[in-house]
Structures are given as structure tokens and as C-alpha cells.
Design a protein around this ligand. Sequence first.
Ligand code: 13P
Length: 278
Amino acid sequence: MLANLNDVLKPAQAGKYAVGLFNTTDSDMLEAAIGAAEELRAPIIIGTAEVLLPYGELKLIAPGLVAAAKRASVPVVVHYDHGLTFECTMEALKLGFSSVMFDASAKPHDQNLAETAEVVRIAHAFGATVEGEIGHVGEAAKGDESLADMYTTPEEADEFIRATGVDALAVAIGSAHGVYKKKPMLNVKRLMEIRAKVDAPLVLHGGSGLSDDDFRNTIREGIAKVNVFTDLCLAGDAAMAEGLEKKLGYLETRNLRVAKIKEAVMTKMKVFGCAGKA
Ligand code: 13P
């Protein structure tokens, strides 16, 4: 069933578990993600991100994401991850996404607040939820996770939520997107300080490559949503390499890819504690 962030994150926050966002840029990833959620009876967030649109056109993939969510036997949020432009974010809402992230975190502070507030006003009129970001989660390839001056502060988190009305907040506490070059050190103390100051569900980006302990420690201290993409791509890559090595052919390799991605999603769901919650 189609759900929004409030439907799945409020129970997660109360129950001290997290729901995973697994970006699904094609129908194989979609099948894997929904299959994992149904098998484990877990709520799930699927979607795509603005930087991923070259790999799956929004107009083409949106109907598939929404249809899969509607017919699923578990709650499925169709979320537009890292909306960067007003136009594409509005397009996602018009195409039936039940949730959007608007990410103006790389822009000047006041502009981030004003633009996010505008998106919240419109998205709420659609019945959709909004995630925003203050502080900035960067790229693992550049080592951005260790740039502590980009981390979210409790004061700015509080101000941002009040000024924008976002339903969930992405925080920068030492994670980054992509493959880490060295083991990241998450600032759990900072997370606890933010949690003590705000009530909104908090989101951890850059979930690929983090340890099970990283997940347990941050979920215990208030993370209710974890974003994962790179690890699904790596699982798919491994399946393709195995298919080539075993000379499996296109369709068999495709099935192996779905199976491996599904397994990767299920592994994360078990650690996040959302299995059995739908
Ligand atoms: P990874 O690709 O590092 O898992 O990050 C995913 C993410 O945060 C998407 O918003």
C-alpha cells in the first residue's frame, strides 16, 4: 500500500527501529526491494534521486514505482530523494510520489530555509511528506564525512524544522554518499544532542559501508530512516560479474542480479529492526 513518511517513520521512532530508503532506478531493483519488504514484512521507502535521473527517466519510472507501492502488501513510501531543483521536485509530486526530499543544503542557510519551506507548503497540499537537510552530507569519494564543520548543529536543526515544517530531517554526523575510503567515525554524541532538541524523525544518509554497530548506535539514539543505494549497486555488480564468469546469459544474470540485490536489502532491513513491523 502507498504510504508517506509520517505513516512509516512515526511508528519507527516510537519503536526505536529505522525504515530503509532503497533507491530503485530500474524495474529489477524495484522487484528486489519490494520482494525483500514483503518477504520480511517490513515497511520500505523506495524511489530515485535527482542525480540518478540520467539512469532512469522520472516520467518512465514513476508509474512503475507508484503501481508497485499500491499493490504491495506492506507500506511503501515512494520518495523523491535529493530533489535539487524546484521544477523536478514538483514533477515528482505531480507524478504521484508520496514523499520528497528537497535538498538545498549546499545553498546559503537562508535560501535553504526559504526554498524548503516553499516545497513543504506545496507538498503538504498534495498530501505528501517532505524531508529537508541542514548541515551537509557530502561525498565519500572526497572524504567529506570527516569535515566536521559541515555537521548539523542542534540549534540549526531546531530552527530549520520550525521555519520549514519538514516532516523528517537529514542530519550530517559523519556519514557520506558512496564508497568510503576509510572507516567513517559517526558522531553519535552530536546525534544525541540534536535528538534532545528536536522531535522530527532524523535521517542518516550514506548508509552503504557503515557497520552494523553504526546502525544500532544511531538508531538507538534517534535515527528513524537510513538511506542505502551504493551497496545495492555493488550487489548488482557482483551478480553481473558472476553471470559473466559462469556464462549465464542475459536473463539468468538478470535474475541473479535481482536475487543479490534482494538479499542486500534484506540484510539491511534485519539490522535496521524494521523486519516484522508491517
Ligand atoms: P549510499 O549510496 O552511500 O548508500 O547513500 C545513499 C543515500 O544517502 C541516498 O540519499
